[in-house]
Design a protein around this ligand. Sequence first.
Ligand code: TRP
Length: 335
Amino acid sequence: MRSNKEIVMSGIRPTGFLHLGNYFGAIRNYVRMQDDFECYFMVADLHSLTTHPDTSSLKSTVYRVLAENIACGLDPDKVALYCQSHIYETGELYLYLNMLAYKGELEKTATFKEKIRLQPENINAGLLTYPVLQAADILIHRAKYVPVGKDQEQHLEMARTFANRFNHRYGEVFPEPMAFNYSMDLVKVPSLNGSGKMSKSENQMATLYLADEDEVIRKKVMKTKTDEGPKEMNAKMPDYIENIFLLMKLVSNGEIIQKYRSDYETCTIRYGDMKKQLAEDMVLFISPIRKKVKELLSDEKYLQKVMEQGAEKARNSAEVTIRAVREVMGLNYFS
Ligand code: TRP
């Protein structure tokens, strides 16, 4: 796949069903990038072992994540869509980078502190070195741009640190990877329960999944919190109402949103109607994706082919990097 295009890399952990937050926060950016960049998009199955050691449903989750990404518009012929565990070179680079990563800085990572709070019974070394493996994922392709959300900024900062440390110690191999997003402020997809954003760990009723059936979507949307409506003209909007508008902005047409905004200002808004509108627009948005995912999942052979093809592209790029790494490190005893 070597081209003159700049290199992009990102990963998604296969720890559950993808939701609207994943779509608008990540996948939509991937889809937009696929024509302009040389893209490596990966299912981070190894990272998931740090928090989900039970692998009984791993295979089906990996297949689902692949199918969901394709259904959202990623084209496996344009990008390398692959599985982390298929690229052995990443494991090797991870080992080298571990010698350049200090215990103190790893322990200070926000995600590490959060995870040891959540799973005090399993503070494994993989959890501590999670950012090192992520740096290896990115650096193995010498990627320049990494489309990720705000919660990954610190990991990216660490990837830059490890890249620089390596370059200074052994020789210039890696560019500094940077976070990349199309819009200045990341799209926020609010949760349906009035506060916070949609996430895998949120309660299921507050999150819209790409796999939700139409009736489930309607039910979830209709349950969102409202009140009796504004009592005076141009009243300040409560957060939970603003959130319904934010959700509409993702899937509804602008004129309709404008109508509800002015209804709000003039105190004539009917929240029931507004939620019905949102529910139907969500159904129109999600159901084609859900159907496509089902179709893809019924064709395991095809998904296997996608995975193999992705692994081959990713390996080609990884091999070039790992050879350069061994060379500058002086691990090339035969040459
Ligand atoms: N840590 C990322 C997350 O939880 C997933 C990930 C693994 C990743 N490797 C990556 C993201 C490399 C970007 C680049 O979302």
